[in-house]
Design a protein around this ligand. Structure first.
Ligand code: GCO
Ligand code: MG
Length: 402
C-alpha cells in the first residue's frame, strides 16, 4: 500500500479544527487531528509545505519508520507546531492500518486492558453558589469525577470559567484578549472552594483542579498542603511546565496527587519527572506529542514507576484526537482517567464518532481504525475564524502565565 495524497482541512464548527485525510492507492484513507489552539494555520501550512511531500509513496504500515523520519529526519526537533503535524500523520496511519486489517486500533496496540474508560468533565461557575449548583447538576447526570474551577472573589475573569459557554476560551479577533491575575487572591480562596464542595457533596466525588501553570513552586506547595484533607484526585499544572525540577519542591512538601504534561511535546519533557517519581499522572496530548507511536513509549516508561497516563482531552482538539485517546487508554495498563469536556452541538455535522460516550464513561467501539468519520462537504460550510487564547497579566500589568 502507498500514500498517494493528503488533504488538509481547516474548519470551524463551533471552534477551529485542522484535520488531515491521508489517502492511499488502495482507496483506504486515514484521519488525523492537527489542531493547535490559536495557531491552527501554522500547522496546516507546515504540513502542506514540508510534511506531506515527504509522505507520498511511503507505505502507511511503516508507522515507526515514518515517525522516526519525521522526528529525527528534521534536525530541528520538538516544538508544538512540528509535533502536532507529526501527531496528525501518526494517528492517520494507525487509522489506515486498522481499516486495512479490519480491526480497531487498540487491537494493534495491545488489545483491551479494560471494559470501559472512566472520564471526568468540567464543572465551573462564576461564584461559589453557581459552582456548587453545577456540580450537583453534573452529579445528577451521572458524573463521579469532576474538574472544579470557580471565579475568584476580586478577580474579573479566571481560567476555566468561561463567560459564554463551557468551551475553551479561544476568542475570535485579530489579537488576544487580556485577563488580570492575582495569585494571593486565588491562594486564599481555593481551599474555601473545596471545603464547600466536600461539605455539600461528601467524600465520594472525585475532585480535580487545574492551576494552569500560575504559581511559584512554593505557592504550589502551600496550596497542595491546604488542599490535602479534601482528598483531591489531582492538582494539575501547578507551576510552569518547562521547569521539571519545580515539582521536586512541591512533591517534598505535600502528598496531594500531581498531574502535568498537556503542553509537553516529547518524552524528554517528562523524562526526569517520571524517573524521579515527581508526579502521579502524565497528561500529554496525543495530537501535540507526536501521536500514538511515541505515547505508547511514554506510557511504558511511566508504568515502570506506577505513574498513570491521563491524556489531555479538551474540546479544542477534534473527536479524532479523542478517538486516538480512547484506543490508547483502552490498551495501556497504566490508564488513569480521560478528560472529556463534550463539544458544541454543531460539531456532529462534521465529525461522527462511533464510541459510546455517556456521563463519566466511554465504551470503545470495535469499528476498524480509529472509529471516526469526517464529512468534508459539511466542513466547508464552517470556514476558519482567526482566534487566540487569552494573555494574562498581573494587576500592575506585568505579563504572567495564562
Ligand atoms: C485542560 C487544559 C485546557 C487548555 C486548553 C488550551 O486541562 O483541559 O488546561 O483547558 O487550557 O487546551 O487550548
Ligand atoms: Mg489543564
Amino acid at each position: 500500500m502507498k500514500i498517494i495524497d493528503v488533504d488538509v482541512i481547516v474548519c470551524s464548527p463551533g471552534r477551529n479544527f485542522v484535520t488531515i485525510k491521508v489517502r492511499t492507492d488502495e482507496g483506504i484513507f486515514g484521519l488525523g487531528d492537527a489542531t493547535l489552539n490559536g495557531r491552527e494555520l501554522a500547522v496546516a501550512e507546515y504540513l502542506r509545505q514540508y510534511i506531506i511531500p515527504c509522505l507520498i509513496g511511503k507505505d502507511p504500515f511503516d508507522t515507526e519508520d515514518i515517525w522516526q523520519y519525521l522526528y529525527r529526519g528534521v534536525y530541528w526537533r520538538k516544538g508544538p507546531v512540528n509535533m502536532t503535524a507529526i501527531g496528525a500523520v501518526d494517528m492517520a496511519l494507525w487509522d489506515i492500518k486498522g481499516k486495512a486489517l479490519g480491526v480497531p486500533v487498540y487491537n494493534l496496540l495491545g488489545g483491551r486492558s479494560r471494559a470501559y474508560l472512566d472520564t471526568y468533565t468540567h464543572a465551573q461557575g462564576t461564584d461559589l453558589t453557581s459552582t456548587l449548583e453545577e456540580i450537583g447538576r453534573l452529579q445528577d447526570l451521572g458524573y463521579s469525577a469532576l474538574r472544579v474551577q470557580c471565579g475568584v472573589p476580586g478577580l474579573d475573569k479566571v481560567y476555566g470559567v468561561s463567560s459564554h459557554d463551557k468551551y475553551e476560551p479561544a476568542r475570535e479577533g485579530e489579537r488576544p484578549v487580556e485577563e488580570v491575575w492575582d495569585s494571593h487572591k486565588y491562594i486564599q480562596f481555593i481551599p474555601k472552594l473545596f471545603e464547600a464542595v466536600r461539605l455539600e457533596f461528601g467524600i465520594e466525588l472525585r475532585l480535580l483542579h487545574d492551576v494552569h501553570h500560575r504559581l511559584t513552586p512554593n505557592e504550589a506547595a502551600l496550596v497542595g498542603k491546604r488542599l490535602e484533607h479534601f482528598d483531591l484526585f489531582w492538582l494539575e499544572d501547578t507551576t510552569p511546565a518547562e521547569n521539571q525540577d519545580a515539582l521536586r519542591l512541591i512533591r517534598n512538601s505535600t502528598s496531594v496527587p500531581l498531574a502535568i504534561g498537556e503542553i509537553f511535546n516529547t518524552v524528554y519533557d517528562c523524562q526526569s519527572l517520571i524517573i524521579n517519581q515527581l508526579v502521579d499522572y502524565i497528561r500529554m496530548t496525543i495530537a501535540h506529542g507526536g501521536g500514538i507511536t511515541p505515547m505508547m513509549k511514554v506510557a511504558s516508561l511511566a508504568s515502570l514507576y506506577q505513574i498513570k497516563m491521563a491524556c489531555h482531552g479538551p474540546s479544542d482538539l477534534s473527536p479524532i484526537n479523542l478517538a486516538a485517546c480512547i484506543h490508547f487508554d483502552t490498551t495501556i495498563n497504566n490508564f488513569g482517567i480521560q478528560e472529556y469536556m463534550g463539544y458544541p452541538a454543531m460539531i456532529s455535522d462534521v465529525f461522527q464518532i462511533s464510541h459510546n460516550i455517556t456521563p463519566g464513561r466511554i465504551e470503545p467501539s470495535d469499528t476498524p481504525g480509529l472509529g471516526v468519520e469526517v464529512d468534508l462537504d459539511a466542513a466547508r460550510k464552517y470556514p476558519y475564524k482567526k482566534s487566540f487564547l487569552p494573555v494574562n497579566r498581573l494587576v500592575d500589568r506585568t505579563l504572567h502565565n495564562w
